[in-house]
Each structure stands twice: as C-alpha cells, then as structure tokens.
Design a protein around this ligand. Structure first.
Ligand SMILES: *Cc1c(COP(=O)(O)O)cnc(C)c1O
Length: 380
C-alpha cells in the first residue's frame, strides 16, 4: 500500500478487495454502501447489472437470509428485516392500502395483535379478529373491503394447528391474499407457500436464528409482493443490519438438526407431563408434519401446583420471554406475550394463570423431563 500521511493511513490502511482465494465462511459486509470505479459503473446499478449500492436497499448478508429462507419455503424471493414485527408490517403494507380490511385470527402472537389493533388503524387499514377454529366464522367476517387473511400456522401459546388448506382455499375463492406467520413450525416442518399462501413471515429471532443472539425478521413469497414489500422496508428503514443477518444465516445452517432434536425432546416431554398428576392439560400439536410437531409444549398446571413456586424450582431451566433457542426455557404468557390482550379475549382463548409455555431445547431428554417433574413436585 502506498505510504501516505498518518491521518490518511488511519483511514486507508486496509488491503484492497480480494483477488486472493475466497474465505470459507461468508464475510460480513458490514458496510453502509458500495463503491464504484466510475460513473458508468455506478449507472450499472440502476440498470440492474450491479446488485449493491446502499445497505438499506440491499446487502449480500441480508440477501442471503431473505433468499435462503425463500429457498427453504419453496417460494420466489424474500427480504430480511429488523425484526419479526417489521416483516409483518412490510408484508401487510405490500398488500393493504388505506380503506382496506384485513381479516386476522384472534389467536395471534401478542405483538402482532397490538400492531394490527393499534398501529394499522393509523395506516387507514381496518382489522377484524375472528376465531379461525371454524371456517364459517372466517367466511362470515368478510367485507367487500377485505384484501388479506392473516394467521399463524401453529398458534401461540396454545399450539393450535391451523387448517391452512381450508383458509387458503377460502381466500382464493374470494380473490384475496393470504399471509401466514410460520415462526413456530419453520419450513423444516411446514411450507405454507407450497399450499398456496402468498406471503410467509418469520420472526427469525426464533428458530431461523435459533441461538437467542439476534433479533430479525424475514418475509418471503411471490415475487411481485416481495418487490413491493422490499420497497416498504427501504422507505420505512426497517432493514436488517449485515451482522445480524450473518448471525441469523449461521444459525439457519443447523435448522434441520436443531428441529429434529428439539421436536423429539418436546414429544418426550409432552408425554411425560401428560402422565403427571400435577399437570391438568398438555398442549402439544398433532399432525404438523411427518417430521414432527415442533418444539413447543404448553401446559396448564393443576390447581394444587403453585405457579410462582414452580418457576422458582426449575433449576437450570431459565425463565425467558422468548423461545426457540438451543436451551430449554419457560415463559408465562399471562404476564409476557399476552399481557396486552384484553382479559375477555384472553379468557376466551384459554390463557389462564396456570398456563406455562415451554420452549424445548437440544439437551438430553432425561434431564429436561427431570427438571420439570422436580419443579412440579416442589410446587405442590
Ligand atoms: C416473536 C414472534 C413475533 C415477533 O417477532 P420479533 O422478532 O420479536 O419482532 C411474531 N410472531 C411470532 C409467532 C413470534 O413468536
């Protein structure tokens, strides 16, 4: 490198872009922008020949995540976002305009409920929340302004498995779009786009990342809708940072083996807890896929089990208001994810004070079962 003066060297010390052999691990393109050799070179971005200009628009690491999840979900394209919430917002805004109506399940992630009930109104989008347990209820809630049906493939925290075929068939019959939150199932178990869903959204904070070290979202689906959603992400500035995208991509590589082990452990735990007299009811999904039913187990503890004492007695199992990491964790929906849901609706949904949600990790199944059985015994 050419010797220059100190202040200049401080900024320009790095070697030029490689003509060396490529690194095995993907580099992190921790850059806000990309450089050009001359004005024609810069023009080539606008003509679609060069991919990158400015990281808020796109970046190799965020593209990896968006396109990687799109590949796994077997759909056209994807865009990575700053969180699951912003992925949901970008997806909705790609479809709904002011004056439009959105039909959503009443059994949604708390944050999504809040986004729909409070924020979408400011965009002039009206939302109805209805039970998706019967397709007729959904049908009856249609208005002539409805443009989108929104639900989760496996619901939180009661782990109800939505009949996506039925929902998508109804949407097609009515000529409206469908958007599915596939966070809990992941494309390892279920691929809503292959059933005809137009958009699929993930909180990549959960199983896509898998290590509880990143907050991120991904929206995947039909090309035209993803193009529109990408425009929203760019303008709203809810893009993902390159490093966060890199972390999520590193996590994604082990999705299959994590889901395989975690689903297995969850099945074993659900069975053990079903047999325990300190447990009133176990919520563990059935028939999600032939590969398993996911790694979440919710339980209603029996009335004679003290919930506070149970949470204090869990030993190495930590209380965490999230899910999907490699460590087994527990959460208390009443005071976390479902805090903002109106009491009335919460009761209707069956989210009560004895309900505990377990995110099962990759540890030894015997240790997981023992930790929970011991905690229940101590709390009786
Ligand atoms: C966590 C979660 C979200 C929100 O994702 P963030 O990454 O926290 O913004 C949305 N949907 C489901 C099902 C979730 O579990």
């Amino acid at each position: 490198m050419r010797e220059m003066n100190f202040n200049t060297n401080t900024v320009h010390f790095q070697t030029k872009e490689p003509s060396r052999n490529a690194s095995k691990a993907k580099p992190i393109y921790q850059t806000s922008a990309f450089v050009f050799t001359d004005l024609d070179d810069m023009e080539s971005f606008y003509e679609g020949e060069k991919e990158y200009l400015y990281s808020r628009y796109s970046n190799p690491n965020t593209d990896d995540l968006g396109k990687g999840v799109a590949l796994l979900e077997e759909t056209d394209d994807g865009v990575a976002t700053s969180s699951g919430m912003s992925a949901i917002l970008a997806g909705v805004l790609a479809i709904a305009n002011p004056g439009d109506h959105l039909l959503a399940s009443d059994d949604l992630y708390g944050g999504t409920y809040q986004l729909f009930a409070q924020e979408l109104l400011n965009f002039g989008i009206d939302v109805s929340f209805v039970s998706f347990q019967s397709i007729n209820t959904v049908k009856e809630a249609f208005t002539d302004k409805t443009v989108l049906i929104y639900t989760e493939s496996v619901t939180n925290p009661l782990l109800r498995v939505e009949n996506l075929e039925e929902v998508i068939a109804l949407a097609k019959e009515k000529g409206v779009k469908t958007m599915i939150d596939n966070t809990f199932a992941t494309p390892y178990l279920l691929k809503p786009a292959t059933l005809g869903a137009d958009l699929v959204v993930h909180s990549a904070t959960k199983y896509i990342g898998g290590h509880s070290d990143v907050t991120a979202g991904v929206l995947v689906g039909e090309q035209e809708l993803i193009n529109k959603a990408r425009g929203k992400v760019i303008t709203l500035g809810c893009n993902l940072s390159p490093f966060e995208a890199w972390l999520a991509c590193r996590g994604l590589k082990t999705l299959s083996i994590r889901m395989e082990r975690q689903s297995h452990n969850a099945k074993v735990l659900a069975k053990a807890l079903e047999a325990h007299e300190g447990v009133e009811r176990v919520f563990y999904p059935k028939d999600v896929s032939e590969k398993g039913n996911g790694a979440m187990v919710s339980v209603d503890l029996a009335d004679h089990v003290n919930v506070e004492q149970f949470f204090r007695s869990l030993d190495w199992v930590k209380i965490a208001p999230t899910l999907a990491g490699v460590e087994t964790t527990v959460s208390y929906p009443l005071r976390t994810s479902h805090r903002t849901i109106p009491d009335e609706l919460r009761k209707e949904l069956g989210i009560g004070k004895q309900l505990v949600r377990i995110s099962v990790g990759i540890e030894d199944e015997r240790d997981i079962v023992e930790a929970f059985v011991k905690a229940i015994e101590k709390a009786k």
